[in-house]
Design a protein around this ligand. Structure first.
Ligand code: ARG
Length: 261
């Protein structure tokens, strides 16, 4: 995770960002701290990346890389405003001795990649359409040695896979069908017949931008309806307030890069 000390909406690269809306960076840090404490309280180790002035979206740490089986596939950001973030992530992994694969293709890390270790023997889901480009899916498959299933995102409000779909345990997902092309919806139905289905109000509340340990599902407080659906499906929703970061177009999952040994 990376503290939002320098968080601001200085440019607009997704439909949620409005440069005329004031952002309270102090409140953002407070809310982000609660998220960090929540994860620690659930028993997770949280490593911190040092935020850098001039990189106001660095709090969205999910975008910096994608890690599977201890191998790191680096990010290459679409927008120049964020491209400087990739080096900070790379330095973090290299300092910890993780094998790092530098990307040639445009991709925004866990923003557009998800991993399900127990689905079909270990499956990567990958989004394209707005940020990550299709050739990066093939590059990730070669880098990580896991099958990558490409999914086409078609709604600009859900510009990253992680605002439209999330793994809720090692083999199942929750997703908002409307974010995907008709063909990609069929692919998801085939792969995940037991998926939890979200509706547009769940998605607009950033409910899909969640992290789960298989039981506890940490998600945005606004997503009360989705929390109810997850509860009915046997999960334990843990709501966290992240209203300030929503102004940047992100929530819980965007703030977290998962380290998969
Ligand atoms: N303002 C950031 C951007 O548009 C938000 C990134 C959100 N991160 C995510 N993993 N969805 O790039």
């Amino acid at each position: 995770m990376c503290s939002p000390e320098h968080f601001a909406v200085e440019y607009a690269i997704n439909p949620w960002m409005d440069v005329t809306t004031p952002v309270d960076a102090q409140l953002a840090v407070k809310q982000w701290d609660r998220l960090r404490e929540t994860l620690v309280g659930l028993g997770h180790d949280v490593h911190l990346l040092t935020p850098e002035a001039g990189l106001p979206d660095m709090v969205f740490a999910a975008n910096g890389a994608f890690v599977v089986d201890g191998h790191v596939y680096g990010a290459r950001f679409k927008h120049p405003q964020r491209s400087g973030e990739a080096a900070a992530h790379r330095a973090f992994y290299e300092a910890q001795g993780w094998p790092f694969i530098a990307p040639s293709e445009t991709n925004e890390g866990e923003g557009d990649f998800a991993y399900l270790p127990e689905a079909h023997g270990g499956l990567v889901l990958a989004g394209h359409g707005f940020r990550t480009e299709l050739p990066a899916h093939a590059e990730a498959q070669e880098a990580l040695g896991r099958p990558v299933v490409s999914l086409h995102l078609i709604d600009p409000r859900f510009y990253h896979l992680d605002v439209a779909l999330a793994s809720i345990d090692d083999e199942n997902v929750v997703y908002y069908p409307g974010a995907f092309s008709a063909a990609s919806q069929r692919v998801l139905t085939q792969l995940f017949p037991d998926a939890v289905i979200a509706d547009d109000s769940d998605a607009l509340a950033f409910g899909l931008n969640l992290v789960s340990d298989g039981l506890n599902v940490v998600l945005n407080t606004e997503a009360t309806r989705l929390a109810g659906k997850l509860k009915a499906a046997g999960y334990h929703p843990v709501p966290v307030e992240l209203g300030e970061l929503k102004k940047g177009g992100g929530s819980v999952k965007c703030c977290i890069a998962e380290l998969r040994h």
